[in-house]
Design a protein around this ligand. Structure first.
Ligand code: FAD
Length: 510
């Protein structure tokens, strides 16, 4: 026999039914339901969800696949569009534009990595923009999309994609999935929790109605308030606002009024930045800013004057402090989603952090005593994820040459964590981008921001000198031609959606 069944966790209670709650419920019901674990999710319509979180990363496709979710159906149900990357406007200097794609730059043309050849061409004054050697970037700019050929591991098909969707519809879609898999949904407001006097483990939560819901393991998906992880267990918060100082956002959807493009846009403003996320039926917009540099009225004004179409709702104001809980797993409570931390939405990393939280929880799924070693390993893995994302986000702010506003001057003069300072130094000197063993953003992501924000290495890999200048010119010209030709054959993004996963009749906007 494998073990004593009494040690096994039987009842998992998920507190909160936002994106985090329903992603957790769907994954646990799918993976652990078959071994007899009952999932109960409590949510309160009176409290509602945060109401933002529309842009995702390609890893969400792995999540959907692991659950057996049909991608086209998900796109239909959530009015999703394709996201090939994020276009950054005005970040390095005003007027700059670059894209962080979900794919690599260039092709292998010799022993050194492609970007070293590009730096050599740049030094010779022969390089086109770095992004023009990347198929998904060129396709995104021309509003084209076709599914990558996953059988081809390199070359033009070596890219991935993500979605831009209506977050509340994604939650509803997963709620259907999770309840079909046996998860139980309870509507009600939680007003308290009771804990074991000896172990301090949470034993149950109380609803306003008087109902008490007991469990072995509690997953806190209650959003910024951290109902269990903070209010009940007082876990503490690592405040990272000295690194990532933006602390407010205003979100508002507007009507579509022109071509949208399969990408998210992040435009730097005087005290923060603005997002634009096109869905099938509307565009999500928001302004993320730091209140020490920009007043709420100015922030709203900047946002409203740049909307492309008629506003479709009242502005939604959000307040946050960047950072993470000191422990994301404390006693028998695991915080997933905004209750665990928030690193601002610049690279759409929150849903991905939810996914990592869920995958690590399933991998380390505890016994009823929630051994400290399991929690410690979970916390180690999640700390690594958070701090690596923090460094990558900081790079966008630090690597700027803007002189138009105090915010940008202060951002480039701020103290850096050693991990980021070392990464910048290695790149500036010799174009090195050490690969992380784990962590979300790999070298192409770092390259896109470094070069996109005008951080060009002083020297390149000497192996890039082994090609003659003529061979190099020829290789670069051929590469651009083949990318352009491939993009020409790629269907329009809206045509792809019409065939694959349209939830409405899509009007041509070109
Ligand atoms: C400005 C901004 C922009 C963002 N943009 C992106 C993005 O583009 N991409 C991305 O990946 N992420 C983004 N995020 C993050 C993303 O919104 C969240 O990660 C995601 O929505 C998950 O939220 P959540 O489920 O943790 O919390 P919430 O959506 O707040 O859900 C909390 C749940 O807990 C319930 N609850 C709370 N208290 C109680 C109680 N007492 N009793 C019962 N139920 C209770 C609520 O009713 C709700 O169901 C953004 C966040 C912000 C602030």
């Amino acid at each position: 026999m494998n073990d004593n069944p009494d040690r096994r966790i039987r009842d998992v209670v998920i507190v909160g039914g936002g994106t985090a709650g329903w992603m957790t419920a769907a994954a646990l019901a799918h993976k652990l339901g078959p071994i007899g674990v009952q999932i109960t999710l409590i949510e309160s319509a009176a409290i509602g969800t945060v109401g933002v979180g529309e842009a995702t990363l390609p890893q969400i496709r792995d999540f959907n696949r692991a659950l057996g979710i049909d991608e086209a159906e998900m796109m239909r149900r959530t009015s999703a569009t394709i996201k090939l990357g994020i276009e950054f406007c005005d970040w390095g200097a005003i007027g700059d534009r670059y894209t962080h794609p979900f794919g690599a730059f260039g092709q292998r043309i010799g022993p050194a990595d492609f970007h070293h050849y590009w730096v050599r061409q740049h030094q010779r004054g022969k390089a086109d923009e770095f992004g023009s050697y990347c198929y998904p970037i060129v396709a995104a700019r021309r509003d084209r999309f076709a599914l990558p050929d996953e059988a081809v591991a390199s070359g033009l098909s070596a890219f991935s994609y993500a979605f831009q969707f209506d977050a509340s519809r994604y939650g509803a879609f997963l709620a259907d999935f999770a309840t079909r898999k046996g998860a139980k949904r309870v509507e009600g407001k939680i007003v308290g929790a009771s804990s074991n006097g000896e172990t301090d483990f949470i034993e149950s939560v109380m609803l306003e109605s008087g109902e008490e819901i007991a469990g072995d393991l509690f997953v806190d998906c209650s959003g910024f308030r951290g109902l269990l992880i903070e209010q009940e267990l007082q876990t503490g918060y690592d405040d990272w606002s000295r690194y990532l100082p933006c602390n407010r956002a205003i979100a508002i959807p507007c009507a579509i009024n022109g071509p949208t493009g399969p990408f998210t846009r992040a435009t730097a403003r005087t005290g923060g930045w603005q997002w634009r996320i096109p869905l099938q039926h509307r565009i999500g917009n928001g302004h993320v800013y730091c209140d020490a540099y920009l007043s709420d009225d100015e922030a709203l004004d900047q946002l409203m004057t740049t909307l492309e179409g008629e506003p479709l709702a009242e502005p939604n104001r959000l307040f946050f402090k960047t950072g993470k809980r000191r422990k994301l797993w404390n006693r028998n409570c695991v915080a997933i989603g905004l209750s665990g931390g928030f690193l601002e939405p610049l690279e759409s990393t929150s849903i991905d952090l939810i996914q990592s939280g869920i995958l690590n929880l399933i991998a380390l799924f505890p016994e009823r005593d929630c051994a400290e070693a399991d929690a410690a390993e979970y916390n180690r893995l999640m700390d690594l994820e958070f701090s690596r994302i923090r460094d990558f986000l900081m790079l966008h702010y630090v690597a700027n040459q803007r002189d138009d506003a105090p915010f940008w001057r202060d951002m480039r003069n701020q103290d850096l964590p050693d991990s980021l300072a070392e990464k910048i130094e290695a790149f500036e000197r010799r174009g090195l981008v050490p690969e992380y063993e784990s962590g979300l953003f790999q070298p192409p992501s770092w390259l896109s921001v470094f070069i996109g924000q005008n951080v060009i290495p002083e020297r390149y890999d000497p192996r890039a000198d082994r090609m003659s200048e003529a061979e190099l010119d020829e290789a670069f010209t051929t590469m651009r031609r083949s990318i352009d030709a491939h993009v020409e054959q790629t269907p329009a993004h809206l045509d792809f959606i019409r065939e694959y996963g349209a939830s409405i009749e899509l009007a041509d906007t070109a």
